[in-house]
Design a protein around this ligand. Structure first.
Ligand code: ATP
Length: 223
């Protein structure tokens, strides 16, 4: 599904150049569920942002199915992201001034769907995640676990094939973490591919493969 070849990325910080990714090669198969671990600052989020099409590498190629993402310009990558990627991050990035329904419907705002079709879609995702009762609530009234479910719902609204999650359970208690992981497992069983960046061994152990990032490289350490 995904092939990364020779992916290289550096950042400049004043005089210093930081080589974050050094000729990374990685294959991700459709239907996989994998964890990326590694110490802070080793480039996990950078790699995830490149997979999402939010950032680009300096060198190397990124192929998604038959398409070379690394050849795309910013607009093309934005379209690719919208059509294929569900992105979930730790601090939810929900919009406080909007309620749960409006937050989940947000990615559909420029779609050609009618109001009724949008409502149906949101209702279906809410039901799948068992959060229908939250539909009209303001997001600033939600618990951390509820917010994360809403963020997942929003990531799923366009039915993406690839779900990228950056520390998705980082601020949740153990029970809520397990509930979120169960949701991920179910999505995976339905055919979605998941890439999860985590510091948490419990989260990694739910995945089929665990990769470890170090010194600009990514190595498979368990499968
Ligand atoms: N936009 C940027 N400009 C300059 N340096 C950056 C930028 N983004 C990331 N970096 C640096 O690149 C390195 C990798 O950052 P990244 O966020 O990918 O690491 P990470 O493994 O996800 O870390 P953490 O586990 O703490 O989230 C860090 O040294 C970081 O400071």
């Amino acid at each position: 599904m995904i092939t990364l070849k020779g992916l290289t990325k550096s950042y400049r910080s004043g005089e210093r150049k930081i080589d974050v990714l050094k000729r990374i090669n990685l294959e991700i198969e459709q239907g996989d569920m994998l964890a990326i671990m590694g110490r802070s600052g080793t480039g996990k989020s950078t790699l995830l942002n490149i997979l999402a099409g939010l950032d680009t590498a300096d060198q190397g190629t990124y192929q998604y199915k038959q398409v070379k993402i690394s050849d795309m310009n910013g607009n093309e990558r934005a379209r690719f992201r919208k059509q294929n990627i569900g992105f979930i991050i730790q601090n939810y990035t929900l919009i406080d001034s909007k309620n749960v329904f409006e937050n989940i419907a947000l990615p559909l705002r420029y779609s050609k769907l009618s109001k009724g079709e949008i409502i149906d879609k949101v209702d279906r995702v809410l039901a799948d995640l068992k959060i229908t009762e939250l539909k009209e609530k303001d997001v600033d009234m939600l618990s951390g676990g509820e917010m994360q479910r809403v963020a997942i719902a929003r990531a799923l609204i366009q039915d993406p094939d690839l779900i990228l999650a950056d520390e998705p359970t980082g601020s949740l208690d153990e029970q809520t973490e397990e509930e979120i992981l169960n949701i991920f497992k179910k999505l995976n069983q339905e055919g979605k591919t998941l890439v999860i960046v985590t510091h948490d061994q419990v989260v990694a152990d739910w995945c089929y493969k665990i990769y470890y990032m170090q010194d600009g490289k990514v190595d498979l350490i368990a499968s």
